[in-house]
Ligand binder design. Sequence first.
Ligand SMILES: *Cc1c(COP(=O)(O)O)cnc(C)c1O
Length: 420
Amino acid sequence: MLSALEQYDPEIYELLRQEKALQSGTIRLIPSENYVSKAVMTATGSVMTNKYAEGYPGKRYYEGQQFTDLVESLAIARAKKVFKADHANVQPYSGSIANMAAYLALIQPGDTIMGLSLPNGGHLTHGWKVSATSKFFNSVSYDVDPNTGLLDYDKIADLAKKHKPKLLISGATAYSRTIDFAKFAEIAKSIGAFHVSDIAHISGLVVAGLHPSPVPHADVVSTTTHKTLRGPRGGMLLCKEEHQKNVDKAVFPGLQGGPHMHTITAVAVALAEADTPEFVAYAKQIIKNAKRLAAKLMEHGFNIVTGGTDNHLMLIDLRTKNVPGKKLAKALDRARIVSNYNTIPNDPAPPFNPSGLRIGTPAITTRGMKEDQMDLIAGFINKVAENIDNESVIEKVGQEVLMLCSHFPVPDHFIIPNNK
Ligand SMILES: *Cc1c(COP(=O)(O)O)cnc(C)c1O
């Protein structure tokens, strides 16, 4: 497929070639990124990209849906199976749209929503100021405990009683500890609010049974498909039967037109992969690696928010190392280690130059890296942090990273056995 591109558009071909080299010659620690399998990549670039399929299987607005209907039905059935959900909608273009659809399915514009604030680890679409979710809804935020960095369920309950949101959001984009979805459900119930749970980051861990599932405790569960779930870029909604109609209507025709059938095809493939013992082993290793990386970084004198991690990511509070997040992220990038600077709870620094760094292990675990490599990576990060103004040291670390990468080639041909 790439050779056709090489002939027709050498300029774009060259950029893809370089992007591929970048992805293989760097240690990618952005916790929302991953590498998809050969099967998922193939489905993403398939003939389904040629299709229009507005509507749902069996109820389309165009003819020619003999196979799109079957593919989408398979994706739905597989999603219901792995998440143990009554209903699944696999059409959301992305996690952000999935969240908006979840809100529109349950409440009216102008109603109050309550989610974790962005600087404390929530997502933009949990009602943060600059997001449309705070313009169409009245938004109230809760924070984590400023001292421990942990969710404080009593405080959330108090705030919920005070503001009486119609919808309470659980889930986060930068929170390293297990989330008690039953507690969120209890708080929502106590004020007669709906509970939407956003597991965009952790859905792969949930499917593998390594993080408690919100499915029994939430009216609607939202997720991306491309983070720990390791599918194509997309979004998905799961819900109880009573909300099925409203959820489907909110996605189409509420927010979207034609579904991206090539993505839905690849989602179906990714869900089959997630339903294997190999995927469970992968998810277990993600967590083992994250715990080891956090422990080693702490040995090097880094302060990990909440003192460690239960999942695939961690937030580093860099104040003990006296280096700002952005400066370290940029220096690490020069050393071929890709991360993102991030606010930490109660961050004294401004959001465009915060005190933290967010890193995670899903992508490097897909490459086959294990505990020994985590020790090396923690050492690399420390070396860069301690030599932040020394370009020759940073360059040397970059060479060591390249060497490590060469031993763990990017698995662009990895195939998960089909257990059916
Ligand atoms: C990544 C993320 C999203 C948004 O996903 P996009 O696909 O980037 O729109 C929503 N919620 C949470 C918690 C996320 O981490």
